[in-house]
Design a protein. Structure first.
Length: 215
């Protein structure tokens, strides 16, 4: 089963109606050295939320912000060239700990062509059975005649799986590349799976997401 790309701000509803959502920064895409302000909007059906939100670039913590008036913010100039799988993680307190969906922040060098890609995600079995391996396949197609290069980052339930730097892509056909990752022994339930193409000197990244069900 295949799923199309998503490159937009993401929200995920958790327990007690809690929602963590990353808003699109004013500079998106940005260039190396520019300040980028990340904003996480948080809410809960039962009332206001307090505490702290940690901001991650893949598996790397890049900073945190206290929640005030339903939001937490972080401003950074440290994002290197490439596309970044940004998530906001609420650390718990007034509501259970929760992680936002991925927001893709592209950062370019001078002369960066900023061309688009389309990413798809396929699962070898969805739903799958408890104890079975699940093979995830990420496919990336470039919008020009240049073949995309680089890596794809795999995440399950907001956590990076596989190589924390991403798994290298290989040619499939034309301007399409791809890579796979095997998930072993996922527990019973529903799992949020995200793949993020991290871009290269020609292309900005793109994201695809799906829910993997284990019976």
């Amino acid at each position: 089963m295949a799923y199309r790309a998503r490159n937009r701000r993401g929200a995920r509803e958790g327990e007690n109606g809690f929602v963590a959502q990353l808003a699109r920064p004013h500079r998106s895409p940005s260039t190396v050295g520019q300040s980028v302000t990340l904003t996480a909007n948080v809410s809960m059906a039962a009332g206001p939320v307090s505490g702290t939100v940690a901001f991650y670039d893949g598996a790397t913590l890049i900073g945190s912000g206290a929640i005030g008036a339903g939001r937490a913010m972080l401003t950074t100039t440290a994002l290197p060239a490439g596309s970044h799988a940004i998530t906001a993680r609420y650390l718990g307190g007034a509501a259970p700990a929760s992680t936002s969906a991925v927001f893709l922040q592209a950062v370019g060098l001078s002369g960066w062509k900023n061309r688009t890609t389309t990413t798809t995600l396929a699962s070898s079995a969805n739903p799958s059975s408890l104890g079975d391996d699940v093979v995830l396949t990420a496919t990336v197609t470039g919008s020009s005649s240049t073949i995309p290069t680089g890596r794809v980052l795999f995440m399950v339930n907001g956590q990076v799986v596989g190589d924390p730097q991403g798994v290298a892509v290989a040619a499939v056909s034309g301007t399409t590349v791809g890579t796979t990752l095997t998930l072993a022994a996922l527990p019973h339930g529903q799992h949020s799976v995200t793949v993020t193409y991290l871009g290269d000197a020609t292309y900005k990244g793109s994201v695809a997401a799906a829910t993997q069900i284990v019976n």
